[in-house]
Design a protein around this ligand. Structure first.
Ligand SMILES: N[C@@H](Cc1ccccc1)C(=O)O
Length: 552
C-alpha cells in the first residue's frame, strides 16, 4: 500500500508538512491561517495522511507483532546475550508493559532467563509538550498567523497561543512589532521546538543536551523514573521451549500421553472466574440505594424489628382518632393472638388520652371518649410512622438533639390487590427533628433525595394526615404507565403528637413515608407491582427494560 515516491511528491508540493509529521485533524483547526493552495489540497492531503502513517511504520520503525512475543524475545537473546527491556521496547516500537509481560511469562520456565531490576531515567513530554508536538509551538503558530501581510497585535493576544507565542517569536526575531502591528522579520522559519518534541516522543536521540535543557525550562518535558529489567540468558537457556499444556484432560490420562508432556505452572495470583450466581432482587437493590442515599445525607437508621404493633403506637400516639376510618378492619389487619398489648409508658399514655379527648397544648382535641381498650388492640403495623413515633418519644426522654432518622421495612394494609397495590409492601420513612424546620426544607430534601435515585419528575400535592399539618403527597411520572403515580406522603408533625411526648415546643419534626415498590417499578419499568413478589418475576423484563437497565 505504501508509495514512498508518491509521498515524497506530496511533501514537495506541500512544504508546510515538516518532516514526517503525522498531522491530526486538530492540526488544521489549530493552524492560524490556511493558504488557498493548502485549502484546495486539504481533502487530497487527508487521504494521504493514511499513506504517511503507513510509510512511517514500514520505513522508519520496526513494529513487531506481539504475537508470540516470548519466542521473539528468546531468539533476540540468543543473538544479543543481554538486553534492557526499555531499549528493546523502543527498538521494536512496542509498549514497554507488553515486553515486561512477555518476559514474565518466560520466567515461568525455570532457568531460561535471568533478570535484574533497574531504574531508568527517561524524558517524557508534559501535557503541554504533547500539545505543542501535535499542534505546533506557540511561536510558530504566531509566525503563521502573522502571515506575509502582518496582523494586529491585539488579535494575536486573543489567540490561546498568543501570549507565549509572541514573546518567543520576538525573542527568536521571527516577528517584530510596530505601532500595534506585528510583521514577519524572517521569511522562513522552522518549528524546531515541535521537531525536538516529536523526536523525544519516539525516543530518538537526536536532541542535544542544550535543547533538552531549554525544553525542560519551558516545562515541555520532564524526567521520569521507569522500572525496567535487564535480561540475560539463564542456566538452562533455550530458544525452543517445549509446548506447555494448560489443562490435564481425560484423554491425556487415558492414553498416558501426560507422562511426556510439560504443564504450565499453576498461577495462584490470577483472578478466578466470578461464578454467575445470585443477584440482588430489584427491590433490595433499590433498598440498598435508598439506604446509601440516606447515609450520604447524614441520616441514621432506626431499628424496625416489630411487625406487630399496638394501636397505641400505630395510631393513638400519632393523634389519629380512635374512630378514624383507617383503623377499620377493612384497612388494618388486627392480630387475634396476642390480641392486646398492656405495657405503655403511663404518664405519656395519660397525656395522649387527654390530648385526644380534651385537647391541650393550644389544641381543642377531638372531644370524644378515648378508650384504652382501643389503644391496646394489636395490629400488623400499617406504616413505619409507628417506628418513628417510638423513636421520637425516646428522643424526648433522652433529651432533644437535632436528629435525622430513617427506616425501611415492611408494612401491612388490608388492600384490594391491583397493579399498584399490595397488602404488604415496604415503606421508606424519614424524620428530621430540628428547630425552625418548614415544609420548604422537606421539599428540598425530597428533590435532592430523588435526584440521587435518578427520578427528577416530581410533583407535590397538598393532602391530609391526622398527624401532620401541613401535609403533602409526592408524585413521580411513570413512563410505562404514562401517568403520575403517588410515591410518598409527608408533612410536619402536629404539636398534638410531639408535645405529649415531651419534645421542646420550639422543635419541628418533618416526616415522610414512601413506598419502596413504586420507585422500583419506575426505575426498572415494571408495570405490575405483583411482578415484584413471588417466583413470577420476569427477569427478562427487568434486565432488558429500556428505561433503566439493571446491571446483574
Ligand atoms: N405514614 C404515612 C407517611 C408519612 C410519614 C411521616 C409523615 C407524614 C406522612 C403513610 O403511610 O403514607
Amino acid at each position: 500500500m505504501t508509495d514512498p515516491d508518491r509521498l515524497n511528491q506530496i511533501l514537495q508540493d506541500q512544504p508546510y508538512i515538516e518532516g514526517f509529521v503525522q498531522p491530526s485533524a486538530a492540526d488544521f483547526s489549530a493552524r492560524a491561517s490556511i493558504t488557498e493552495k493548502e485549502l484546495k489540497g486539504r481533502e487530497h492531503l487527508e487521504r494521504w495522511f493514511q499513506h504517511l502513517s503507513s510509510f512511517e511504520m514500514t520505513a522508519e520503525t520496526d513494529v513487531r507483532s506481539t504475537e508470540n512475543l516470548p519466542q521473539q524475545i528468546l531468539d533476540f537473546l540468543q543473538e544479543s546475550n543481554e538486553f534492557n527491556s526499555i531499549q528493546l521496547a523502543q527498538q521494536w516500537n512496542l509498549d514497554h508493559q507488553k515486553v515486561i509481560g512477555a518476559i514474565k511469562s518466560l520466567l515461568a520456565n525455570e532457568g531460561v532467563l535471568t533478570t535484574k531490576d533497574v531504574t531508568e531515567k527517561r524524558l517524557e513530554l508534559t501535557n503541554e509538550g504533547v500539545q505543542f508536538a501535535n499542534e505546533g509551538s506557540p511561536e510558530y503558530l504566531v509566525f503563521e498567523f502573522v502571515g506575509t501581510d502582518g496582523a494586529a497585535q491585539a488579535d494575536i493576544q486573543k489567540k490561546p497561543f498568543g501570549k507565549i507565542g509572541m514573546a518567543k517569536a520576538m525573542q527568536f526575531k521571527w516577528v517584530s512589532v510596530d505601532k500595534g502591528r506585528v510583521v514577519r522579520q524572517a521569511t522562513e522559519v522552522t518549528d524546531s521546538t515541535r521537531k525536538q518534541l516529536e523526536s523525544l516522543r519516539i525516543g530518538s536521540s537526536d536532541v542535544s543536551e542544550n535543547e533538552k535543557k531549554e525544553l525542560k525550562k519551558r516545562k515541555l518535558i520532564s524526567e521520569v523514573n521507569i522500572k525496567a529489567l535487564v535480561v540475560s540468558k539463564g542456566t538452562s537457556f533455550t530458544t525452543s521451549l517445549a509446548k506447555q499444556e494448560a489443562d490435564l484432560t481425560p484423554e491425556m490420562i487415558a492414553s498416558g500421553s501426560w507422562k511426556d508432556m510439560q504443564f504450565k505452572k499453576y498461577n495462584f495470583d490470577s483472578l478466578g472466574v466470578v461464578p454467575s450466581s445470585g443477584h440482588l432482587h430489584p427491590l433490595m437493590k433499590v433498598r440498598s440505594e435508598f439506604r446509601q442515599i440516606f447515609f450520604s445525607m447524614g441520616f441514621s437508621e432506626m431499628a424496625t424489628n416489630r411487625y406487630v404493633e399496638s394501636s397505641f403506637w400505630n395510631f393513638d400516639a400519632l393523634f389519629q382518632p380512635q374512630q378514624h376510618p383507617a383503623r377499620d378492619a377493612h384497612d388494618t389487619f388486627f392480630v387475634s393472638d396476642p390480641a392486646i398489648s398492656t405495657k405503655f409508658p403511663e404518664d405519656y399514655l395519660e397525656r395522649v388520652k387527654t390530648v385526644h379527648s380534651k385537647g391541650g397544648y393550644g389544641s381543642a382535641g377531638y372531644n370524644y371518649d378515648w378508650k384504652i381498650e382501643e389503644a391496646q388492640k394489636n395490629v400488623l403495623r400499617t406504616h413505619t410512622t409507628a417506628v418513628s413515633a417510638r423513636q421520637l418519644y425516646q428522643l424526648a426522654q433522652e433529651g432533644f438533639r437535632p436528629s435525622k432518622l430513617f427506616s425501611i421495612d415492611r408494612v401491612f394494609r388490608n388492600e384490594t390487590l391491583d397493579a399498584t397495590h399490595l397488602a404488604e409492601f415496604h415503606q421508606v420513612e424519614g424524620v428530621i427533628a430540628e428547630k425552625n424546620l418548614s415544609l420548604a426544607h422537606l421539599i428540598g430534601i425530597f428533590t435532592e433525595f430523588f435526584k440521587k435515585l435518578g427520578i427528577t419528575n416530581l410533583r407535590f400535592k397538598p393532602t391530609y394526615n391526622p398527624y401532620t399539618e401541613p401535609s403533602m403527597e409526592i408524585f413521580a411520572y411513570h413512563q410505562g404507565l404514562t401517568k403520575w403515580v403517588e410515591i410518598g406522603n409527608s408533612g410536619m408533625f402536629r404539636p398534638e403528637m410531639l408535645l405529649p411526648m415531651g419534645l421542646p415546643a420550639d422543635v419541628n419534626v418533618a416526616g415522610y413515608g414512601l413506598s419502596l415498590e413504586r420507585p422500583t417499578m419506575i426505575k426498572y419499568g415494571i408495570n405490575n407491582i405483583r411482578d415484584l413478589f413471588g417466583s413470577k418475576i420476569d427477569l427478562n423484563v427487568v434486565y432488558n427494560n429500556p428505561i433503566c437497565r439493571l446491571d446483574k
